[in-house]
Each structure stands twice: as C-alpha cells, then as structure tokens.
Design a protein. Structure first.
Length: 253
C-alpha cells in the first residue's frame, strides 16, 4: 500500500511482458521485477528533476539519482511495501555484481556510475538507515559491515533533507487538483503499462513541475531506461522487463 494513496497496481503486471519469459514466475520473482521497475523509474525521475528544476549536483549525478530512488521509496510507500521494494533493488545489485573480484580490471573507472559493489552497499546503507531498529535483520542479511552501518541513519537523514528541500518546493497541498507533471506516452498493450500508468497518476496527485515530462514505454533495442533532456522524457525500454525476468529466473527466485 502506498503512503498517502488509496493503493497501487502491483499484482500481475509482469504477465503483460514477454509471455514466454514471464510464464511460471513465483511471487518473489514478480516482486523482484516490479520493485526494480519502480526503483529504476524513481532513479530516472532523479535525472529528470535535476534537469527541469536546474538543481545543483555536488558529486556524481548518478549517485544523486540513486539516492532519490531510496528517498521516494521511503516517502511514498508504507513501511512493509517500502521494505520489499528496497530489498528488490538491493537484490538487483547483488545478482548483477561479480563478487569474485575477477571483473576488477574490467571496471570502467572513467564511467558516470560508481562501481557496482559500492552502489550495492550505499543502497543497502541508505535503506537500512531509514529505520535501523526495524531493519536490523536486513543489514545482517545483506552483509552490511558494522563500520558502515553505524553511520547509515545519518546518511539517510542527510539524503532525505537534501532531496526533501526540493521535493517540498514542488509538492501539491492537500485539496489541490492533480497536476500534469508527467504524461504517459505508451499503448495500453505495452509491457507493465498498468504499473507506470499508476506511477504517473500518483506522481501527478502529489507533485507539480515547471513543464511536463513524458514517460515512454517502448522498444529500444537494448535492456535500458534513460532520461533525455532534449525532449524532457523518460524512456522505459520494453527489453528491460525481459532482462529483469531473466535475472529472477537465473537467481531461482
């Protein structure tokens, strides 16, 4: 259940993707796929907000977008659902990182993203920091080192205050009409259409923006999601859901 909203469409969305891949997915696999679609969407919203609001970025923009995803999961969802969303996105990092160290020489140190292992621990730390007492088991399960865990509550507090200052400026007041901040451009037959239609509606009920951002769901030729400043659009590639399903199946979720 989403905090402050009547509910959300989360059941059966994956079945709208590639039927052959989605067949026989367990509830855990569906939660993994849906959670990462939402988390990735929030990440791309970070890039969008930085662009349209002309926000300052003190550090790597990808890190700022990663942080917003955790802040939005915490702010927009009730605690129980926020936890599985946080777990789903942590699991993505876990299942896609080469923990053997064999890939160290292949790390693109010049890239815009931090090393995958660091993104994993930062995500777990921030999410654990939302409620250290309640999420103590999560920190243990995801092997968050004690030295890092000690400062996670403060890390999240700083992240929430930093992003919160900008989110507050665009937040609608109670009783305001829904804004037209986001516009969905996708056929109803598109994979995970219902999930993103709900995300767009919920965002428009909560936030306004200086200009509209278009959310597209379309084939891109690769498993990806991205924001384009050229036309203020977020694109969620249809191949991305198939990629997530393949990870869930390989991990035997």
């Amino acid at each position: 259940m989403r905090a402050g909203f009547a509910g959300s469409v989360l059941a059966g969305v994956v079945a709208l993707a590639n039927p052959a891949l989605a067949e026989g997915l367990s509830p855990d696999a569906k939660r993994f796929v849906e959670g990462n679609l939402i988390g990735t969407f929030y990440h791309e919203m970070g890039h969008a907000l930085i662009d349209v609001l002309q926000l300052p970025v003190l550090g790597q923009e990808e890190d700022a977008a990663d942080t917003l995803a955790v802040v939005l999961i915490h702010d927009l969802w009730e605690a129980e659902d926020a936890e599985w969303l946080g777990r789903a996105t942590a699991d993505y990092y876990y299942y896609t990182v080469d923990w053997s160290g064999d890939a160290a020489d292949e790390t693109e140190w010049w890239g815009v993203h931090g090393p995958d292992e660091q993104r994993y621990y930062t995500h777990v730390c921030l999410f654990y920091g939302t409620d250290p007492e309640r999420l103590a088991e999560l920190a243990t399960e995801y092997e968050l080192p004690e030295d890092r865990a000690e400062g996670c509550a403060e890390e999240f507090r700083l992240a929430a205050e930093s992003w919160g200052a900008f989110l507050y400026e665009i937040a609608l007041e109670e009783g305001d009409k829904p804004a037209k901040a986001l516009k969905l451009d996708a056929p109803k037959t598109a994979p995970y259409y219902a999930l993103f239609a709900q995300e767009v509606r919920d965002w428009n009920e909560r936030f306004a923006l200086p200009g509209p951002i278009t959310v597209r769901v379309e084939a891109c030729g690769e498993a990806n999601a991205f924001y384009s400043s050229a036309d203020s659009s977020i694109t969620m590639c249809t191949e991305y859901v198939d990629w997530l399903i393949s990870i869930a199946k390989e991990a035997d979720l």
